[in-house]
Design a binder for this molecule. Structure first.
Ligand SMILES: Nc1ncnc2c1ncn2[C@@H]1O[C@H](COP(=O)(O)OP(=O)(O)OP(=O)(O)O)[C@@H](O)[C@H]1O
Ligand SMILES: [Mg+2]
Length: 370
């Protein structure tokens, strides 16, 4: 189990989940593996006031009210729709909730323009149908159908990218709580067991949320996840993800706190610039999310490990920032160039520290790409 590229949360945190289950004496809705309070504790981590014998790590960073509303929704008969900008941790929160509640976060359907009703209901194993005819044995249940049968959480990623046919099929699943299989003469209804619910995610940049039918909207509670703008929480997220990454790659490398500050500061600056930009050409194409910051740091760490002397330097960080954010040429490069001249240069004179190296690394990267 340890040699998966990315273990699902219920595997990665199996030991914590076992322990929480063993001390959990709170009332559990349906067949939930943990009580709502324990689910919250698993997601947000323990505080001293919880009086536990051990620490539970914080895994999702954000306001507890979002987590509580999400948990309450899942105990109701409505589905949960997490909406937000790219990289705000929607999918990660969905995975953590499914892991804590059902010990299975892998019953997932990915919404795309090509998603069909079969993907959320069932399909057939054609060779078995030819050999033995249509029966429950030759049927292939979708992840959603499986989650209904087992009374666990099913997930639907990027709901708004799927077609209205698929969304309509979902309405009937969420309201009737069963799927009928008209091809079969008997045993032709799959009923949802108590505990079944759906966590869907939608990207607010896809602009599809408003287009969801009112019938579907009524069957979901919406929880809007804002972009983290608080530097302290953002630093925690970046640190948390980076330490996981280092462990996964078995890399021993310290991320100097001043470089983390530089990364956070430059993203904050670039976001402020994007907010005051008047046209799309003056805005980086990137959403400048926390996830993107993690990506920049990850590249810089890997670069230092593979091609450097295993010390993370400001030049490398600047190079990976420019490389990741310069997607459109010349627009993005021009924006970065302006930022480097207008902000990084004066700051490097005033603040010193690692900024001069950051200035130099960025200049070189911009020159190379221009
Ligand atoms: N609030 C957060 N707490 C913990 N990790 C976070 C948070 N926000 C982002 N991350 C990390 O950022 C990465 C991207 O998050 P995730 O895939 O969940 O974003 P998303 O909102 O689903 O984005 P998209 O709309 O692009 O699918 C993950 O590795 C996640 O752990
Ligand atoms: Mg996602």
């Amino acid at each position: 189990m340890t040699d998966m590229l990315r273990a699902p949360a219920e595997v990665k945190y199996a030991e914590e989940l076992d322990w929480l289950e063993s001390i959990d004496d709170g009332p559990k809705p349906f067949s939930w593996r943990l009580s709502p309070k324990m689910v919250r504790l698993f997601v947000l981590g323990s505080e001293r006031a919880d009086g536990l014998d051990r620490e539970i790590s914080q895994k999702w960073f954000g306001d507890r009210s979002f987590v509580e509303r999400s948990i309450v929704t899942l105990a109701s008969d409505r589905g949960l729709l997490l909406i937000g900008d790219p990289g705000t941790g929607k999918s990660w929160l969905a995975e953590l909730l499914a892991a804590a509640i059902s010990r299975n976060s892998t019953l997932v359907v990915q919404g795309t323009a090509g998603t069909t009703e079969d993907h959320i209901k069932y399909s057939w194993n054609v060779s078995m149908v030819i050999a033995k005819g249509q029966s429950r044995a030759s049927m292939i249940p979708s992840p959603i159908m499986t989650s209904m049968e087992r009374g666990v959480i099913g997930r639907f990623e990027e709901l708004t990218r799927s077609t209205s046919d698929v969304q309509d099929a979902l309405i009937s699943i969420l309201s009737e709580k069963y799927i009928s299989i008209p091809e079969l003469d008997e045993d032709n209804i799959v009923f949802a067991q108590p505990g079944f619910s759906i966590i869907a995610t939608a990207n607010s940049r896809d602009r599809g949320v408003n287009d969801l039918s009112s019938a579907l909207k009524r069957r979901f509670n919406f929880v809007r996840i804002p972009v983290v703008t608080n530097k302290k929480s953002e630093a925690e997220i970046v640190r948390f993800r980076t330490s996981e990454l280092l462990r996964r790659h078995q890399i021993e490398l310290d991320v100097p706190p001043n470089l983390l500050d530089i990364l956070l500061q430059s993203f904050a600056d670039l976001r402020a610039a994007a907010a005051s930009a008047t046209s799309d050409d003056e805005k980086l194409e990137s959403a400048l999310s926390t996830a993107e910051q993690i990506g920049v740091l990850e590249d810089a760490i890997l670069h230092s490990t593979f091609f450097g002397d295993r010390t993370l330097r400001a030049e490398t960080l600047a190079g990976s920032l420019v490389g990741s954010l310069a997607r459109r040429s010349p627009e993005d490069l021009a924006i970065l160039n302006k930022y480097w001249h207008g902000v990084v240069e004066p700051r490097s004179k005033e603040d010193g520290g690692d900024w001069p190296q950051f200035l130099e690394g960025g200049r070189q990267a911009i020159a190379t790409l221009s």
